[in-house]
Write a protein that binds this ligand. Structure first.
Ligand code: PAZ
Ligand code: MN
Length: 761
C-alpha cells in the first residue's frame, strides 16, 4: 500500500512528474499496460488497476525466469559467481558457450529447468520441498515473524542438538569406509526421536539451522542428480529462498560439491532477485534489447536514487536544498543499512552434517537488506570493444584486485584522506556558494557510504577494481552536479604551460633526432607529475610553481628508469629511414597543463614530423585534472600558433576549423601534412577499460599500428598487463610509494617506459 501511495504521489507510472504526460496534466492510463509475472501478477492486478489505472499483462513465469537469466548471463559482466566457505568468486561466462545449463529456481517450491537456448527450455524436475517448506515449518517451530528473521536465527544455531549425526551412531567415530565423517548428518531432526523433550526445550536457532540445512542440502542434491542426468556442468541457483543469503549459498554449494565430488559447480547470479521481472520486461516486443552485448551496458551505482541522467524523479521539489536534504536522508538510510549485522561469536555454530561450510565473519550477512549493491544499467549503444586488444576474452583491465582486503583497506584510506581536498576543489569549481557547499557535503557522504559498503563487503558491486572505484568517485561528483571539479586548475596550468611551449620547441629543434626522442620521452614522464589525484603531488604543489616543479622533475629524469625499454623503442622508431615507422599512432593522453602541453603534444609533433598520423585520445567526461577530448582542440589550436608542424597537421585533421581564423591563405593551400586528430575514449574516470570504448575510438583504432598509453590511471592501475595487437608504449610516473614498491620494487616518482612491440625488434 505504501508503495502504491508513493508511486501514485510521484506519478511514477507516468514516467515521473517531469515527464511530458505529467506536464500536460493528462493522466490517461487507460491503455497503460505493464508486463508482469509470478503470483503477484494475479494477486495485485485489481488493485493496480483501481489505484493507478494500470493493467497487467501476465507473462508466463517460467518463460520470464529463463529469459531473465539468459539476459543477465549474456549481457552483464561477471553476473555469475560461486560461493564456497564464505568466499564469493566471480565467473565470466562466455556468452557463446552458455548453453545448456541447469537453472534451479527456489521459490516456495523448486523448479529445475534445463535451458538450451533463447526460449528453449524444459522443466525437467522439481521438488515440493523448498523455501515455502523452510518458512512454513520454521514459522510453526520457532516464533519468527519473517523469513529473514528465521534465516538470521539459523546463523546462531547448532544443528548437532537436533540432527542425528554419523558420530551419534558410531560412538563419535567416522564411518570412513564410505567417506562419512562423524559430523555428517545421518538423519535430519533424527536426534529428537531418542529424547523426551518438547518443542519449547529446543533452541529456535538450532531448529532453524537444521531446517535450513535439511532443505538446502536436499535441493543441492536433487539439482546435482538432475545435472548428472543431462550431463550438465553448470547449475545456476536463484529465487526467493536464496536472496543473496551467504549461508544458504554456502550450504547449497557444499552439497553440490560434496555429491559431485567437485565435478559440478553451483553458481549464483548477482541480480537473481530480478529474473522474472527482467524476463517480463524482455517480453515487450520491439524493445530492441534482444541482441544486447555486455560492452554496451554500463552499470552505475547511484546513491541518490532520484537522480537519473541529471533528471530528478521525486516529489515536487522547489529548490536544490530540498533535493539535497531528501538525498541526505536517503544517504543516511543507506549508511544505516550498510552497518554490519551482528554476528554470532565463532564456534557457536556447531554444525554437523556434511563438513561444516565455514562462512567467514561478516560475509555471512544477507545481501538482501542492502539496497546499495544493485547498480543501474545504462545502455550505451555506442560503446565497443577496442579492436586492438590482443585477446578480449583474456583481458582484465585492473592491475590491483580490490577483493584483496589489504588492498581495499589501503585504497579506502587513500581515497578517504583525499576527500577534503577534492570537496574543496569541487565546491570552488562551482563558485563556492552555499548550494555548492551543501552538494559538496552530500557528495562526501555518498562516496563515503560507498566506501564503507565496499569495506564491509568487497564484492558488493560485483567484480570491482581500482578503476571502478576511481570512476565511481567521478560518477558521485556528477550525481551531485559537479561538472568539472578541477576546471580552474586545468585552465591555469594550460595557460602557464602554453606560455613556455615555444621555448621548449626551440630547444627540441636544436637537437639531433636521437637526442630529441629521448628528451621527448623524458618530457612526457616528467610532466606526468602534474596529477591532482595523487596525495604526494598535491603536497608538492604547495611548495612551488608549475614551472619550478616541471624543471625539478625534468632534472631528476635519470636513466635507467625503473622500467626502461627506451632503446628498444628508439630502435623501432628509426627502423625505416625512407618511410614512417608507424602509419597511425593513438596517444591516450592524461593530465591537463604541462602533461599535455609540454609532454604529449611535443611527442605528437615528433611523430607527425616523422610522417605518422596522430590521434589524441581524450576522456569523454572530466576526471580529476585529466584533459578531456572537448578541451583538446583549443589546446592544440593555441599550441599550433607557435608551431608549423602542429598547425598543418591540425588543419589536415580538421581541428583548426574555427579556432584559427588568422591562418594565412598560402598555408591553407599547402596542406600536405599527415593529420592530427582528436577522439573521445568513452570514459569518465582516470583509467581505461578497453572492453568499453567509444565507437569513434574503435573506428580509428582499426588503422593504428602504435598506441601510447600515458599516466598511472591508464598505464598502471589499468592495462599494465594488457596485450595489444599492435605496438604499445606505456609511459607513466609512479606517484604513489606503495604502488611503486608493489609493482616494481621501486620508489615514488620512479618512471615506467615499457615498450611492447608485436614483433620483437
Ligand atoms: C588517480 C590517479 C590514478 C591519477 O594518476 P594519473 O593517471 O593522472 O597519472 C593517481 O593519482 C592515483 O592513483 N592516486 C591515488 C593514490 C595517491 O594519492 O597516492
Ligand atoms: Mn590523470
Amino acid at each position: 500500500m505504501n508503495a502504491l501511495d508513493f508511486i501514485s504521489s510521484k506519478q511514477l507510472h507516468l514516467g515521473g512528474i517531469d515527464s511530458p504526460s505529467w506536464n500536460l496534466g493528462a493522466q490517461d492510463t487507460g491503455n497503460m499496460i505493464i508486463k508482469a509475472t509470478g503470483g503477484g501478477a494475479y494477486k495485485y492486478a485489481d488493485i493496480l488497476k483501481a489505484r493507478l489505472g494500470v493493467s497487467l499483462d501476465k507473462e508466463d513465469e517460467m518463460n520470464c525466469l529463463v529469459a531473465g537469466a539468459n539476459f543477465l548471463l549474456k549481457a552483464i559482466r561477471h553476473e555469475a559467481f560461486t560461493h564456497m566457505e564464505g568466499r564469493k568468486e566471480f565467473v565470466q561466462i562466455d556468452q557463446h558457450d552458455l548453453f545448456p545449463f541447469l537453472l534451479v529456481n527456489i521459490g516456495s517450491g523448486v523448479s529445475i529447468i534445463k535451458v538450451d537456448g533463447e526460449g528453449k527450455f524444459q522443466r525437467i524436475s522439481g521438488t515440493n520441498v523448498g523455501g515455502g517448506t523452510y518458512w512454513g515449518l520454521g514459522r510453526l517451530l520457532t516464533k519468527c515473524k519473517s523469513f529473514d528473521e528465521l534465516l538470521e536465527l539459523s546463523q546462531k544455531g547448532d544443528n548437532s542438538n537436533i540432527d542425528m549425526l554419523v558420530g551419534d551412531i558410531y560412538g563419535g567415530m567416522d564411518y570412513s569406509k564410505f567417506g562419512l565423517s562423524a559430523s555428517t548428518i545421518a538423519s535430519s531432526f533424527g536426534k529428537i526421536i531418542s529424547k523426551s523433550e518438547e518443542l519449547m526445550d529446543y533452541r529456535p536457532e538450532d531448529i532453524s539451522l537444521s531446517l535450513l540445512r535439511m532443505i538446502s542440502y536436499n535441493i543441492g542434491q536433487i539439482s546435482y542428480l538432475n545435472a548428472l542426468r543431462y550431463d550438465l556442468k553448470r547449475i545456476f541457483f536463484g529465487g526467493f529462498f536464496i536472496r543473496g543469503h551467504a549461508y544458504t549459498m554456502d550450504t547449497i554449494s557444499f552439497a553440490v560439491h560434496f555429491w559431485s565430488k567437485g565435478q559440478a559447480q553451483a553458481m549464483f547470479l548477482r541480480h537473481e532477485g530480478f529474473l522474472g521481472a527482467l524476463g517480463a520486461f524482455m517480453s515487450y516486443e520491439k524493445h530492441g534489447l534482444d541482441d544486447l552485448m555486455a560492452h554496451q551496458l554500463v552499470e552505475r551505482f547511484p546513491m541518490g536514487a532520484p537522480y537519473v541522467g541529471g533528471k530528478i524523479h521525486g516529489p515536487p521539489l522547489h529548490d536544490l536544498n530540498e533535493k539535497i536534504s531528501w538525498m541526505e536522508k536517503f544517504i543516511q538510510k543507506g549508511t544505516e543499512i550498510t552497518a554490519p549485522v551482528p554476528m554470532a561469536p565463532p564456534g557457536t555454530t556447531g554444525m554437523g552434517g556434511f563438513e561444516r561450510p565455514s562462512s567467514r565473519g561478516i560475509s555471512l550477512r544477507s545481501d538482501s537488506s542492502a539496497t546499495l549493491n544493485i547498480g543501474v544499467l545504462h545502455l550505451v549503444p555506442s560503446l565497443e570493444v577496442f579492436p586492438l586488444l590482443a585477446d578480449p576474452k583474456k583481458y582484465e583491465p585492473n592491475t590491483i584486485d580490490l577483493l584483496d582486503h589489504s588492498e581495499l583497506e589501503y585504497w579506502f584510506t587513500v581515497l578517504s584522506e583525499h576527500m577534503p581536498d577534492l570537496v574543496d576543489k569541487a565546491v570552488a569549481s562551482e563558485g563556492g556558494t552555499d548550494d555548492a557547499k551543501r552538494r559538496g557535503e552530500a557528495f562526501a557522504h555518498a562516496f563515503s557510504a560507498h566506501l564503507a559498503r565496499l569495506m564491509e563487503e568487497p564484492a558488493a558491486y560485483g567484480k570491482f577494481g581500482l578503476a571502478n572505484l576511481l570512476e565511481l568517485r567521478e560518477e558521485c561528483l556528477r550525481e551531485f552536479q559537479f561538472r568539472d571539479a578541477y576546471i580552474t586548475i586545468k585552465q591555469r596550468e594550460n595557460e602557464a604551460s602554453l606560455a613556455v611551449l615555444p621555448d621548449l620547441l626551440l630547444e627540441l629543434d636544436g637537437m639531433d633526432e636521437e637526442g630529441r626522442l629521448l628528451t621527448l620521452i623524458e618530457g612526457v614522464l616528467a610532466a606526468n607529475i602534474f596529477d591532482w589525484g595523487s596525495r604526494a603531488c598535491v603536497d608538492l604543489y604547495l611548495k612551488g610553481t608549475i614551472i619550478e616543479i616541471y624543471r625539478m622533475s625534468r632534472k631528476k629524469m635519470h636513466r635507467p628508469w625503473r622500467v626502461d625499454d627506451f632503446d628498444m623503442f628508439k630502435e623501432r622508431m628509426s627502423r625505416h629511414r625512407e618511410k614512417p615507422s608507424y602509419k597511425r599512432a593513438l596517444l591516450f593522453v592524461d593530465n591537463s597543463g604541462a602533461d599535455i602541453v609540454l609532454g604529449m603534444l611535443p611527442l605528437a609533433r615528433e611523430l607527425l614530423r616523422r610522417g605518422t598520423e596522430v590521434i589524441l585520445v581524450g576522456n569523454s567526461l572530466p576526471a580529476l585534472n585529466d584533459v578531456t577530448a572537448n578541451e583538446l582542440p583549443e589546446i592544440v589550436a593555441e599550441a599550433a600558433k607557435h608551431c608549423d608542424i602542429l598547425r598543418k597537421a591540425a588543419e589536415a585533421g580538421g581541428l583548426l576549423f574555427d579556432a584559427m581564423v588568422d591562418i594565412e591563405d598560402e598555408l591553407k593551400e599547402n596542406v600536405t601534412s599527415v593529420p592530427l586528430m582528436v577522439v573521445e575514449n568513452g570514459c569518465g574516470g582516470p583509467c581505461i577499460d578497453f572492453r568499453q570504448v567509444s565507437s569513434e575510438l574503435a573506428a580509428v583504432a582499426k588503422d593504428a599500428d602504435l598506441i601510447i598509453l600515458e599516466g598511472m590511471g591508464r598505464a598502471l592501475h589499468t592495462n599494465l598487463n594488457a596485450r595489444f595487437g599492435c605496438d604499445a608504449l606505456k609511459l607513466a610516473m609512479v606517484k604513489n610509494q606503495r604502488l611503486a614498491e608493489k609493482l616494481f620494487g621501486g620508489n615514488i616518482y620512479d618512471c615506467l617506459c615499457r615498450f611492447e612491440p608485436v614483433d620483437k625488434v
